[in-house]
Design a protein around this ligand. Sequence first.
Ligand SMILES: *[C@@H]1O[C@H](CO)[C@@H](O)[C@H](O)[C@H]1NC(C)=O
Ligand SMILES: *[C@@H]1O[C@H](CO)[C@@H](O)[C@H](O)[C@H]1NC(C)=O
Ligand SMILES: *[C@@H]1O[C@H](CO)[C@@H](O)[C@H](O)[C@H]1NC(C)=O
Ligand SMILES: *[C@@H]1O[C@H](CO)[C@@H](O)[C@H](O)[C@H]1NC(C)=O
Ligand SMILES: *[C@@H]1O[C@H](CO)[C@@H](O)[C@H](O)[C@H]1NC(C)=O
Length: 421
Amino acid sequence: MPNKARPRREWSSKSLIKVLWIPHSAMRPAEGDTSDCILVVGVSRPKLVAAFLSIALVSLFLTFHILYDSAVYSIDAAAVSIIDIEDDNKNNIEMDSTRLRDMSSSSLSLSSSLLSVNELNGFNGKLHFSRTNRHLPQAIIIGVRKCGTRALLEMLFLHPQIQKAAGEVHFFDRDENYEKGLEWYRKKMPYSLNGQITIEKSPSYFVTPEVPERIHAMNASVKLLLIVREPVTRAISDYTQLRTRAVTPSTASSSGMSTTMATVTTIEEESPQRPSQQQQSGRTFEELVLHPNGTINESYRPITISLYHNYMYRWLEVFSRDQILIVNGDQLIEDPVPQLKRIETFLHLEPRIGRHNFYFNHTKGFYCLRNDTADKCLRESKGRRHPRVSPLVVAKLRKFFNEHNQRFYELVGEDLGWPEE
Ligand SMILES: *[C@@H]1O[C@H](CO)[C@@H](O)[C@H](O)[C@H]1NC(C)=O
Ligand SMILES: *[C@@H]1O[C@H](CO)[C@@H](O)[C@H](O)[C@H]1NC(C)=O
Ligand SMILES: *[C@@H]1O[C@H](CO)[C@@H](O)[C@H](O)[C@H]1NC(C)=O
Ligand SMILES: *[C@@H]1O[C@H](CO)[C@@H](O)[C@H](O)[C@H]1NC(C)=O
Ligand SMILES: *[C@@H]1O[C@H](CO)[C@@H](O)[C@H](O)[C@H]1NC(C)=O
């Protein structure tokens, strides 16, 4: 077939195909076969081949991208629906769009493309970013109850690099939760971006003997925040809450876990570990705190928990002192910003929380929080209105705690200056 051979030579003379010219001559004996024609046609149009190859590559890439996106999306959606059923607190799993948009401003394309995915799927209000995940907490507020753990967490949440777990998780203090394992715990955490710090608070961690070892086993370099108040104030506040719960047991039973956005202003701290059945709602603080002979009943739970050094030493056996920051709860309420600056330093965060985040509400008598989008006041009144406790009993308690406070100061190497008043 000479007519076929000539155009072949023509093409080959156009440089590029020269390499293929050699195998062609080797194929000559089989000239009658059409297969060499196909071979020649295929390779002799390099531009066509290049175009075809790039189209193939592009479509492969696009297919993979779409598959990947939808896979990520469906994983997230599945996770959401599972947790929706498990968790009565839906706030837990809702991503705050403004907060995330703020955080991911550096990777704008990422957030906008994912936003469109979410909008397409009609998941308004719940945003799932493929670069976000639930992380085990890098910092934990371990207590003490009635010292402002909720206020502390809400104030820290003003920082754009902080994500908080909703409610109290009670992973390390309740055996039935701890047995579910770290993966269960991680799923209780909010979505966070890389670089954000996840924080949870469960005030009874501080007083539960097993907790320090368990937290250490999760992350030996975790950071711990301990917020304390003057112990007599704390004990009275504890009594007040216990009494309130005794009076309204139905609202008390649901504990802090079912806080909705609507009721979040009335911040409840957890119920005590053993909701004391012996808490006769009629008995006054004085009756409960004193033995009939007038000495202090150290077995009365609000007193026991205020003996901070009895718990603190266990933490210091497991963690180094510089992993634990002691926050003065009385000062946090009086003047939040200096305390929060200390915490930002402790957590290696950029200083972002400032005076602009707070305004004083004279009706309430304390600071309310303010971020870019909302205002939030933490409690209905200055705590619950504390009962009037006999000044004699207060003086007796102050005297009693004096020695214990000194022991606490020695343990932590810090003088908290109690009593304040
Ligand atoms: C501002 O505070 C509100 C109420 O706590 C919260 O729902 C919202 O996510 C916060 N916004 C940002 C940007 O952090
Ligand atoms: C452990 O905690 C430290 C301090 O917050 C943190 O930097 C580190 O990433 C944590 N490790 C893990 C595995 O979460
Ligand atoms: C007072 O009473 C308590 C309990 O009834 C008892 O343990 C304590 O020793 C008594 N103290 C004095 C000084 O009598
Ligand atoms: C001391 O307090 C405990 C716990 O509330 C209570 O069971 C006990 O009866 C109290 N003791 C006295 C002597 O009041
Ligand atoms: C201050 O507190 C009062 C009483 O709770 C409340 O009604 C009012 O809305 C608050 N004002 C501001 C500006 O938050």
